[in-house]
Design a protein around this ligand. Structure first.
Ligand SMILES: *Cc1c(COP(=O)(O)O)cnc(C)c1O
Length: 355
């Protein structure tokens, strides 16, 4: 249990107004959570303070060798006014999995969740209520030792910032066009692909730019060794419905274990739909598209929840899925997950936590 100190702002910002449509990650609330770590002392001085810049030494290790991690989750305001978090215990667990991989000290799971609740409760007036909107929560940890040698830092900051975000698809679910990348790779087994760390994102940017230039919104990554097996979209996991069976790449060490991915698998199983977590080659996928058994494709992640895929390109081959439209199961998963998140549908036990 953290003994959190609260310092409220004396200069609150105006809340976003309804005529100002929210985008993603551009405005931040009045407060943030901060806690420090020092070897020998552990995590200490947990506090909710006014949102403000942080001052770091230019030699701070995070700037040079990338020892940092982040998480992403959302808070929602239910119709009855309750403030709900979706499976924050999973973010806490994943934080520590990431931390172990990048030699960052762990944070007790209950402290992580308590810190999220404390800062969300402080800024609860910032949770938007229009359909599709939410309060995005970004916890992150950075290495702060002023030192240019290569080793894990002895000091860290754990910070949580909050950003009211708009509907990912303001006009309702909208299928995306995806580029299958076979030149660059995002991650390899044994690397940091299954850790939620910025290194995976910087590795992905050149391919992302290439895809954008060609009119594609996202990159689908193949395995880094054979460039044959499908991995994930880089900020989303990927699902296929082939001949009535839901197929998603198995967690193999280079794929990020998404909480939305896990939720999709659990829900499909509960509806009696067969789910296979296994290797799937891009060859198999395009064969399924050719013989008509590829029924749906969607991505899963906190930001968009479910992103139907309408169009896939691999080398010079292009397939349209559902004529570029939205699949039934994609829509049902979107409606169910967002319904659970908003407290309108009863989900599996423990998925929704009240702040
Ligand atoms: C965060 C993330 C996801 C999605 O995970 P969720 O927990 O569902 O938001 C997928 N891939 C990568 C690389 C990610 O960083």
């Amino acid at each position: 249990m953290l003994d959190i100190r609260f310092e409220k702002t004396t200069n609150p910002k105006p809340l976003p107004t309804a005529d100002n449509p929210l985008t993603f990650g551009t405005i931040f609330t009045d407060h943030m959570f901060e806690m420090d770590y020092e070897t020998g002392k552990g995590w200490h001085d947990p506090r909710v303070i006014p949102y403000q810049p942080i001052t770091l030494d230019p030699s701070a290790m995070v700037f040079h060798y990338g020892q940092e991690m982040f998480e992403g989750l959302k808070a929602y305001k239910a119709d009855d006014g309750r403030i709900l978090l979706f499976r924050p215990d999973m973010n806490a667990k994943r934080t520590n999995n990431t931390n172990r991989r990048i030699c960052v000290p762990e944070i007790p799971e209950e402290d992580f969740v308590q810190a999220v609740k404390a800062v969300v409760a402080t800024d609860k007036a910032w949770i938007p209520t229009k359909p599709g909107t939410s309060l995005y929560i970004r916890p992150f940890i950075i290495a702060t030792d002023p030192f240019l040698g290569v080793r894990p830092s002895d000091t860290y900051k754990f910070i949580i910032i909050l950003s009211p975000v708009g509907a990912y698809y303001p006009e309702g679910l909208n299928p995306v066009k995806i580029w299958i990348e076979d030149d660059y790779v995002r991650a390899v087994k044994g690397g940091v692909g299954e850790a939620k760390t910025g290194a995976n994102y910087v590795a992905s940017m050149a391919a992302q730019m290439k895809a954008h230039d060609d009119g594609y919104s996202q990159v689908l990554w193949l395995d880094g060794v054979e460039r044959k097996y499908i991995e994930e979209v880089g900020a989303m996991n990927i699902f296929f419905k082939i001949n009535g069976t839901v197929v998603t790449p198995m967690l193999n060490g280079s794929i990020l274990p998404g909480i939305t991915r896990n939720s999709c698998i659990e829900l499909c199983k509960s509806w009696g739909i067969p789910v296979e977590e296994r290797r799937i080659s891009v060859q198999e996928l395009f064969e399924a598209a050719d013989n008509g058994s590829l029924e749906e494709v969607w991505g899963s992640g906190t930001a968009a929840v479910i992103s139907p895929v309408g169009h896939l390109r691999w080398e010079d081959k292009v397939v349209q899925i559902k004529d570029g439209g939205i699949g039934e199961l994609s829509q049902k998963l979107y409606d169910t997950v967002t319904g659970i998140q908003l407290g309108r549908i009863e989900g599996p036990k423990g998925w929704v936590i009240e702040v």
